[in-house]
Design a protein around this ligand. Sequence first.
Ligand SMILES: Nc1nc2ncc(COP(=O)(O)O)nc2c(=O)[nH]1
Length: 269
Amino acid sequence: MGILNVTPDSFSDGGCWLDPGRAVEHGLALAARGADMVDVGGESTRPGARRVPVEEELARVLPVVRGLARQGVLVSIDTMRARVAEAAVDAGARIVNDVSGGRADEAMAKTAARAGVPFVVMHWRGQSQGMDDLAGYGDVVAEVVAEVGRQMDAVVSAGVDPEQVVLDPGLGFAKGRSDDWALLAALDAWAVLDRPLLVGPSRKRFLGELLADPATGEPRPARERDDATSAAAVLAAAQGAWAVRVHEVRAAADAVRVEAAVRAHRMTA
Ligand SMILES: Nc1nc2ncc(COP(=O)(O)O)nc2c(=O)[nH]1
């Protein structure tokens, strides 16, 4: 899943694709470089981000969703708003990716149900302003899986077809320093929910901290975390992830193809 943030303030690529024409070009480039789908988002979800008015979010994403869908790209809409999801599906989006898993907008689950498209339910504990202090787990893997399981039950009871649900551990969302690593190291724990898993490690803080400058302790800059992202992508693929959400598609797509080749060889050996 290639990331296409049409925002001025996303943490690693904010402002690059605000022009719809450039955004569509970049989405096509992501598809050409190996993305099976392109995730279009019009509202940054980085910690501390302020909400964007719905009209502004619509204005940012709809021309891009339309332009990409028209060219045959499988488009996912990254939004917490039912109204944006509905308009994006009308414009050709075929997946609804809601980082709040239907919790930020009570109309979202019914909208996703009506749209009849795959619905990503990500682990989320609250809006970006206070997200970091919503961390705090005893057993992060067990608790996150349980919380997402409950959220999946909630959207299914609102009418979403369980077969359409995709789950996501929400790396970087209400997670402390070691939580992201614990989750990435134990994706097999999600098998209990028996749903495809989307994982989003790309350029995130836990990678930056791992790669911090030994002299200064400064985290590696976000744009210099793509190699680590590709490594995380392989580890997710090796644990059976359905998809990995990344900025630098070519590197990650090539890396997971290596993993698939090794896995295929093992099966035939
Ligand atoms: N399903 C899903 N969607 C997401 N959307 C935005 C971000 C934040 O990263 P960005 O600002 O680089 O898009 N991360 C996720 C994620 O981990 N999973």
